[in-house]
Design a protein around this ligand. Structure first.
Ligand SMILES: Cc1cc2nc3c(=O)[nH]c(=O)nc-3n(C[C@H](O)[C@H](O)[C@H](O)COP(=O)(O)OP(=O)(O)OC[C@H]3O[C@@H](n4cnc5c(N)ncnc54)[C@H](O)[C@@H]3O)c2cc1C
Length: 385
């Protein structure tokens, strides 16, 4: 587990996005209007500084515009569930707490002092922290605190009367546990907080958002590349909604943040292939790093019969990964057997031996959600093998 503050994570995500030759990142541009039809979405954009507007047309639109999604409203999609469960005050401050706490370090420190109950969360390098205090809206709204009042509460919570925290920011936010009625309208898809609002309890809001974005991303890529029919996109909400619903319900539970990992892992990882480090000591490479944009076939078969079958079966691009015996053992692949995985690591087939690899692969690929009838045999597909 890692405690990564938003202002550390966002530059990493932005750099990654900018690394794609086909992606253009435009800051200071907001969506102010939408006219969506199933085969052409028309979006009105406004430059926040100049006020200039322009219209762009898109084959698909992903609404990742957060809890107050303009796009969701324009599509007429309602949210269901409690919108005001409680309120919390988050105070960002600096104070030398690590020396005080010693090791081992944790991601969250809960304080039960009756006058300062809350959580201290490390928020980046050095001694930067967030102190969060929840207020039950049925009792009272969260008070507006001055920096000095916040510092006093922090001293009380930490238990050091002479601590001099430097309070940088105080913010108030409302806990909501809601799901959008539907996540798709024609060619527009909701993702992240636009589709679900999850309270910070359990820390699953962004994690759910990123996993859902990944799910939608690979499915859109398959459809746009002709590797699957457009019905594949219907599986986005079908597969991701139960996870979001679970995390929304968990986060509405006042004790939802304290659940056992063993109970929550099925929702988080959902049968994904295991993470196993490959034996090379030079680079830390996981079996998860071997997943590609198409299908990935993991095997230990020295006879190359899976390799031969993989190069002849119709379907999306299929990369074969030959594993050493111990890594394969860690993934539950017996000698001569194989495991077929989707880009998100969900298994699409598992075979304990090399019995008829060709028939086995054809059957597994046919059973995928709506593989394209018209198989793309472009250079892109062929070179991935
Ligand atoms: C105090 C707190 C602690 C949290 N802790 C955790 C945690 O530990 N772990 C975790 O997984 N999650 C956590 N979350 C939840 C997490 O922050 C959200 O789930 C996550 O940020 C959702 O990402 P998003 O991209 O969907 O929405 P957002 O992060 O809200 O991003 C939406 C973006 O869209 C932009 N936008 C909005 N409207 C428009 C428009 N009309 N045009 C153009 N752009 C627009 C916004 O400016 C914003 O940049 C926490 C939330 C809070 C409040």
């Amino acid at each position: 587990m890692a405690s990564v503050p938003q202002d550390h994570l966002e530059p990493v995500l932005l750099d990654h996005l900018r690394s794609f030759g086909t992606a253009r990142v435009a800051m200071g541009i907001e969506v102010v209007g939408l006219d969506g039809r199933s085969d052409d979405v028309q979006v009105t954009l406004r430059d926040v500084e100049t006020g200039e507007t322009r219209i762009v047309h898109a084959r698909y639109l992903i609404a990742a515009d957060g809890a107050r999604s303009t796009i969701r409203d324009a599509l007429g999609i309602a949210m269901r569930g409690p919108g005001r469960l409680s309120q919390a005050i988050g105070t960002e401050f600096r104070a030398p707490l690590w020396d005080l706490l010693g090791g081992p370090r944790y991601c969250i420190y809960a304080v039960t002092h009756p006058d300062a109950a809350g959580v201290f969360v490390p928020a980046g390098r050095g001694d930067r922290w967030v102190y969060g205090v929840e207020h039950d809206l049925a009792q009272e709204p969260a008070p507006r605190l001055t920096k000095e009042q916040s510092a006093r509460l922090i001293r009380l919570g930490i238990g050091l009367t002479d601590l001099e925290p430097r309070v940088d920011r105080i913010g108030t936010f409302t806990f909501a546990a809601q799901l959008a009625d539907r996540w798709r309208e024609g060619a527009a898809f909701l993702v992240g907080d636009a589709a679900h609002q999850i309270t910070p309890r359990g820390g699953t809001g962004m994690n759910t958002a990123i996993q859902s974005a990944y799910d939608l991303g690979w499915k859109l890529a398959w459809v746009l590349r002709g590797w699957a029919g457009p019905q594949l996109l219907d599986t986005y909400e079908a597969e991701r909604r139960p996870v979001a619903a679970h995390n929304v319900a968990r986060s509405a539970d006042p004790h939802g943040g304290a659940r056992l990992a063993a109970h929550e892992l099925p929702a988080d990882l959902g049968g994904r292939i295991p993470h196993v480090w490959l034996p090379s000591r030079a680079n830390a490479v996981s079996t998860l790093d071997l997943l590609g944009p198409g299908l990935t076939l993991f095997t230990t078969d020295p006879s190359a019969s899976w390799q031969r079958a993989a190069s002849s079966v119709p379907g999306p691009p299929l990369v074969v990964r030959n594993l050493d015996a111990i890594t394969a053992r860690g993934m539950g692949i017996p000698h001569g057997g194989a495991l077929l995985a989707r880009p998100d690591g969900a298994p699409a087939g598992w075979w304990p031996s090399r019995t008829e690899p060709d028939a086995a692969l054809r059957h597994a690929i046919r059973a995928l959600p709506t593989p394209s009838e018209a198989v793309d045999r472009s250079a892109e597909g062929a070179s991935a093998r």
